[in-house]
Ligand binder design. Structure first.
Ligand code: UT7
Length: 331
């Protein structure tokens, strides 16, 4: 019997209209366009300004865009997974709200949190549900409102992050397309380097934690950079080797958009030419769970049926990994 694989059959996306440029950041903190551009590759990022709008606002828009493009009813979806590090609320599932708002009345839904690797891990989860034959239509949304947890007086973090959402639909495939292999890893040593100290079960919110700015992202950038460069490059090279892929067999590298220098190091290690590397960090910054689906959203037209794509991500925790996927359609 032919093996059922899990393929991406549609993509949707949404970024807020408001553009926060390096020039504007120069007026907010002690930084400059030249430093940000050369150290990170970022020129601008999008910020969600709508009042009372959280991550679900963007996730819903990305999902609606996908449904409209794929031409299916939301009621056909079996499972909605929202990959996010910034849920609307700490306890209520953001995915459950998103599923109801888009009309996915026959779906169950939950959130997946693995910092910047949330979407990569979500692809693995979605594919497993499809490959097992249990579900037929799985919607994976990567969405983050990073501006809700960033201190805009801290120049080491506020220049990096942005808001956005991207969505993909996984469906069964009988032609051998879709997810081929994955290599996922984590290491708890990482939480000292990239974290939000307060608001969790160790240090609940208090007057003191607010005063000490402990609800914002803290990042020891240098240390995270070192781990990210070696681990993202290692897993990307490993997945190529394990699948006997030469650089000529790989059409695209879709790397997490955290820093252009980390992306370049990963591509170099794989021997992949610059034209094969999907990049939009210059326009969106690091949107955490949304980076990978937003790449697919932006470059969808260039992806061809049968193309081999290597996804790679690295994030807080630490969490990291790579996925080898064959693209399943021409748009
Ligand atoms: O997505 C999740 C995983 N996250 C990542 O992968 C992020 C990994 N880390 C990074 O991308 C980089 O470490 C950063 C972009 C965060 C920082 O770049 P860096 O080249 O590692 O800079 P640094 O922290 O070593 O700082 C170099 C200098 C310092 O000044 P001194 O001590 O050399 O005088 C900083 O104070 O640059 C200074 N600096 C800045 N200058 C202008 C730090 N931030 C800024 C800034 N503008 N915004």
């Amino acid at each position: 019997m032919k093996k059922t694989t899990a393929a991406i059959t549609a993509v949707g996306g949404y970024v807020p209209d408001f553009v926060l440029s390096n020039k504007v950041l120069e007026t907010m903190v002690d930084t400059n366009d030249e430093w940000i551009t050369t150290r990170t590759g970022i020129k601008e990022r999008r910020i969600l300004k709508e009042e009372n709008a959280g991550t679900s606002f963007m996730a819903i828009k990305a999902a609606e865009d996908l449904l409209q493009k794929r031409g299916i009813e939301a009621s056909e979806i079996d499972f909605v997974l929202v990959a996010t590090a910034t849920p609307d609320m700490p306890v209520a599932s953001t995915a459950a709200y998103v599923a109801s708002e888009i009309g996915a009345v026959n779906a169950f839904a939950y959130d997946l949190q693995a910092a910047c690797s949330s979407f990569l891990y979500g692809m693995s989860t979605a594919a497993s549900y499809i490959e097992s034959g249990r579900y037929k239509k799985v919607l994976v949304i990567g969405a983050d409102k990073m501006s809700s947890i960033i201190d805009y007086t801290d120049r080491t973090t506020c220049i990096i992050f942005g808001d956005g959402a991207g969505a993909v639909l996984f469906e069964p495939n009988e032609e051998g397309l879709g997810l081929q292999d994955e290599f996922l890893r984590s290491d708890g040593i990482g939480r000292q380097f990239l974290k939000i100290d307060a608001g969790g079960s160790i240090l609940p919110a208090s007057e003191e934690t607010v005063k000490n700015k402990q609800h914002y992202v803290f990042q020891d950038g240098k240390s995270v950079f070192k781990f990210a460069v070696s681990n993202m490059a290692d897993v990307s090279a490993l997945i190529m080797e394990r699948n006997n892929l030469t650089k000529d067999d790989v059409q695209w590298l879709a790397p997490h958009q955290a820093n252009k220098r980390i992306i370049d190091a990963t591509a170099n290690r794989m021997g992949i030419e610059a034209e094969k590397v999907l990049i939009n960090i210059d326009r969106y910054g690091n949107t955490t769970s949304a980076t990978l689906p937003l790449l697919l959203y932006d470059f969808e037209k260039q992806l061809k049926k049968g193309d081999n794509i290597i996804f790679a991500a690295f994030g807080g925790g630490f969490t990291w990994g790579s996925i080898y996927l064959k693209w399943a359609y021409n748009s």
